[in-house]
Design a protein around this ligand. Structure first.
Ligand code: CAA
Ligand code: NAP
Length: 249
């Protein structure tokens, strides 16, 4: 039997790497999407390092903000795996934090495009195959800061909130076709994205997390494996909060 193919956008990043590893351990054929401004060597180095660790993961270049680039990326995934994509994890994202009163138009546009337009671009290119095969799993990575808001993140909170609206509407449309669509809203997870926050602000953030620490990337990876498992078919349109108790509702 052919292995199920999983494609993870931002798959070579902090959380993306853990998602790829977890899906690989779940027995899937995994391909990691990357952009890195077209630095293909960086992705190949990442791939070799994963192989050393025992994870045989494909890589595919694509800019999630650009529909034509996504088309080429999805074709590449299909070519290298010889199969359609059954599992899509929309994980790529960026921040451009600043107070709204100082926010430039490009800081708004870039965040909306990478975090929200990307869901249209990638999901639109895989959903018809999932419908044809009457099976699919889509997981969209949002954020605790979509749920609670955050100083300096009007752009990011808006885009990440939009993600769950997308999840719910698409979940409705494909619910009786064997396809689930869910959101995960991580709290602060120690990755390059969080490392950009100044250390004094990081300290203040940790003080407000009841568990008393930032999250680990593996704690998101295992949740993606759960949501993408065959026997998770009854969970759809949900928003899984994994935030150390920072925001309970
Ligand atoms: N709450 C309330 N007031 C705040 C504040 C906060 N969290 N942060 C700053 N301020 C206030 C300051 O006290 C200061 O007040 P005064 O002018 O009265 O003195 C004012 O805002 C200006 O402060 P700064 O000069 O530091 O403002 P800035 O515009 O240069 O920096 C910022 C703002 C870059 C957004 C900075 O506050 C910051 O980095 N905050 C953290 C944002 C954050 O958590 N980002 C998450 C990134 S990781 C991620 O997004 C992953 C995920 O999903 C969780
Ligand atoms: P990260 O290490 O910076 O990874 C972000 C990934 O997104 C990178 O792999 C990057 O790829 C990719 N990406 C960015 N722009 C892209 C584009 N235009 N096209 C294709 N790929 C692009 O950060 P992370 O913490 O792992 O974040 C992963 C996801 O989790 C993001 O959506 C983030 O918003 C979300 N999240 C993070 C946290 C946290 O605390 N870390 C919390 C909640 C939610 P390249 O490096 O190849 O460009």
């Amino acid at each position: 039997m052919n292995q199920i193919v999983a494609f993870v956008t931002g798959g070579t990043g902090g959380i993306g790497t853990a998602i790829c590893q977890s899906l690989f351990k779940s027995g899937m054929r995994v391909v990691a999407g990357y952009n890195s401004g077209g630095n293909h060597d960086k992705a190949l180095t990442w791939q070799a390092a994963q192989k050393e660790l025992g994870f045989d993961i494909g890589v595919a270049y694509g800019d999630v903000t650009d529909f034509e680039s996504c088309k080429k990326c999805i074709e590449n995934v299909k070519e290298q795996t010889g199969s359609h994509i059954s599992i899509l994890v929309n994980n790529a994202g960026i921040t451009r934090d600043t107070q709204f009163k100082k926010m430039e138009k490009n800081q708004w546009d870039e965040v909306m495009s990478a975090n929200l337009d990307s869901l249209y671009n990638m999901t639109r290119l895989v959903i018809n195959d999932m419908l044809d095969h009457r099976y699919g799993r889509v997981v969209n990575i949002s954020s605790v800061n979509a749920q609670k808001g955050q100083f300096g993140q009007t752009n990011y909170s808006a885009a990440k909130s939009g993600i769950h609206g997308f999840t719910k509407a698409l979940a409705y449309e494909v619910a009786n076709k064997g396809i689930t669509v869910n959101t995960i809203s991580p709290g602060y997870i120690l990755t390059p994205m969080v490392a950009k926050i100044s250390s004094d602000i990081q300290q203040k953030i940790i003080e407000n997390i009841p568990v008393g620490r930032m999250g680990r990337v593996e704690e998101i990876g295992s949740a993606v494996s759960y949501l993408t498992a065959e026997n998770s078919g009854y969970m759809t349109g949900s928003n899984l909060a994994i935030n150390g108790g920072q925001h309970m509702y």
